[in-house]
Design a protein around this ligand. Structure first.
Ligand code: MG
Length: 157
């Protein structure tokens, strides 16, 4: 077995649609980034690639390439998972933490888990997600930043 850790953060700005775990949240704010800025999917992508010993998300999808501007992170995750499987690994489980002041994760958790499982083509039982706030302190607490951590465990097929 092999374990990998993924981390990402994106700035939050007013307007637009927030994309978290491949789910669109109409919250009057959005994550800012070169791709669609889905902070959770980016952390998951890096955890999976890292566990398999593959190049990371920035190497696979460089942000100076025009085709990656506004790119669908679910598509990037799906491609990364295909690389992981081609390298002879399969997913044991994923554990994720999102640090986000607003909105709360719990009301959208089941929707996000279902979406991640669908993108990865794995049962939902392999994916876990927890939401935390910044307790009103720091960049997360002021609603300026979203952070995601993910740990992935893989097993040799
Ligand atoms: Mg990112």
């Amino acid at each position: 077995m092999r374990i990998g850790i993924g981390y990402d953060s994106h700035r939050i700005e007013p307007g637009g649609t927030m994309l978290l775990g491949g789910v669109a949240i109409e919250h009057g704010r959005h994550f800012v980034g070169h791709s669609d800025a889905d902070v959770l999917l980016h952390a998951i992508t890096d955890a999976l690639l890292s566990a398999a010993g593959l190049p990371d998300i920035g190497q696979l999808f460089p942000n100076d390439m025009p085709e990656n501007r506004g790119r669908d992170s679910a598509e990037m995750l799906s491609l990364a998972m295909a690389n992981v499987r081609q390298s002879g690994w399969d997913l044991v489980n994923l554990d994720c933490v999102v640090l986000l002041e607003h909105p709360k994760i719990s009301p959208i958790k089941s929707q996000v888990l279902a979406r991640i499982a669908a993108v990865l083509e794995v049962p939902e039982s392999l994916v876990n997600l927890k939401g935390k706030t910044g307790e009103g302190v720091g960049e997360v607490g002021r609603g300026e930043l979203a952070v995601a951590h993910c740990v992935a465990l893989l097993t040799r097929v």
